[in-house]
Design a protein around this ligand. Structure first.
Ligand SMILES: NC(=O)c1ccc[n+]([C@@H]2O[C@H](COP(=O)([O-])OP(=O)(O)OC[C@H]3O[C@@H](n4cnc5c(N)ncnc54)[C@H](O)[C@@H]3O)[C@@H](O)[C@H]2O)c1
Length: 390
């Protein structure tokens, strides 16, 4: 691992949509914990040597704010996560000040029940909140990251809430990351605004568990010329995400991404489905089973079964920090449009790119090098060969 948190003068905002949720709370608490040296940066790919000298903003330079529709204070939310074993027991107390600072920067989201504001008014209000945050903290830039509850796919022409926030991000001149399967920027009504904004963006839906495993195993079967006959999966999870995904329409948005990875890596969609069951007693802990039926030489029938037991927010939070840093740096380097090299992080990546994790990791390494070289107005640091650098 590289040295974790170099001090930085310039501060970068991370504006979280769904700022009081499990993932967001773990992001804020985790960033403070790593910055203070209380925990190593396990799970943060941006802290590995691959990103040394890529000019990423230091973790210590990140300032958090956001929107949410509930008002449970972040320190209290963190206590609940610690009680559920998601955060280490003493952490909410150790980083209470940082949680309280972020909490003071969370603004009411929307639309709230009975909200009479129309879409234009909501977009303006959200964009004003973000611009006010940037101004008051004198931030060099802010990245908007959607970690709000998964929405059902939109029907008709009305903009879903995730798209209202995405429009607000564009209006405020901010790069945008969609960590959820919700629509966000992918709404036809936002296409003209997106085309003229000249901003970098990335998404959709963080790849943290079952799909991560699928993006490794799918290529293995294809490369060994084994014939996958069926691939079925079941997930049990609780927490806010489990409750949201109990809605079949919201679950359909999530499952489409999980199944697409198989079609993309195997070259054809195998038989089988993915199911998500809400089990509130499990909280943020997820169990995912996959059952893969495949044929070997001369049609010999075989089966691989996998069991993944993960803590969702602990898996997701370092990815959100990585994405915020990478997207902020891309913005600084003048990049715009879909950051397809960040496909490593997503179930349904924006732009064209490979679906296999190994190839996605190679693309990410190329991106790290590109950021190293693309420093506007500055000579490229360490742009010589690896040998010269040593
Ligand atoms: N491993 C993972 O945890 C993982 C992986 C991929 C994607 N995701 C996605 O990340 C998102 C967050 O997951 P979570 O476990 O933190 O869920 P959560 O239920 O704990 O948090 C979601 C937050 O969004 C808020 N919210 C809902 N509607 C809103 C709106 N209109 N405006 C602003 N805020 C709103 C809720 O009040 C809540 O605080 C989900 O969409 C989930 O599917 C998570």
């Amino acid at each position: 691992m590289s040295a974790s948190v170099s001090p930085s003068v310039a501060r970068v905002g991370v504006w979280l949509i769904g700022a009081r949720g499990s993932v967001a709370t773990t992001v804020v608490a985790g960033c403070a914990a790593v910055t203070a040296g209380l925990h190593p940066p396990t799970g943060l790919v941006t802290e590995t040597p691959m990103f040394a000298d890529s000019g990423l903003p230091a973790l210590s330079s990140l300032v958090f704010g956001g929107h949410d529709t509930v008002d449970c204070p972040l320190p209290k939310r963190a206590e609940a996560l610690a009680a559920g074993g998601v955060l280490p027991p003493g952490l909410p107390t150790a980083v209470r000040a940082e949680l309280a600072t972020a909490d003071a920067e969370i603004r009411p989201g929307g639309p709230l029940p009975g909200d009479t504001r129309g879409d234009p008014d909501l977009i303006t209000a959200f964009a004003d909140d973000i611009q006010d945050f940037i101004r008051r903290y004198d931030l060099t830039r802010a990245v908007v990251v959607n970690v709000a509850s998964t929405e059902p796919p939109p029907t008709g022409t009305a903009l879903p809430p995730s798209s209202l926030y995405a429009a607000a991000a564009l209006r405020a001149g901010c790069p945008y990351v969609n960590f959820t399967p919700s629509t966000g920027l992918d709404h036809p009504a936002l296409a003209p605004l997106l085309a003229s904004a000249g901003l970098p963006f990335a998404g959709r839906d963080g790849k943290t568990g079952q799909t991560l495993l699928r993006s490794v195993l799918g290529p293995m079967f294809a490369q060994r010329a084994l014939a996958v006959r069926a691939w079925s999966g079941t997930n049990l999870l609780g927490g806010g995400d489990g409750a949201s995904l109990a809605d079949p329409a919201a679950a359909a948005a999530k499952n489409a991404g999980k199944e697409r990875v198989l079609a993309d890596t195997l070259g054809t969609a195998p038989e089988g489905e993915v199911h998500i069951d809400d089990v509130p007693a499990l909280g943020d802990w997820k169990t995912a089973w996959d059952h893969i039926a495949f044929d070997g030489f001369l049609g010999t029938r075989m089966v691989l079964q996998t069991t993944w037991q993960g803590c969702d927010s602990s898996l997701a939070a370092p990815l959100v920090l990585d994405l915020a840093r990478l997207t902020a740096r891309a913005h600084e380097a003048g990049l715009s449009g879909p950051l397809s090299e960040l496909g490593f992080y997503f179930k349904d990546p924006a732009g064209e790119g490979p679906a296999a994790l190994g190839e996605q990791y190679a693309a990410l390494a190329g991106f790290a090098q590109r950021l190293r070289v693309e420093r506007p107005g500055e000579p490229a640091p360490h742009s010589g060969s690896d040998e010269e650098r040593r």
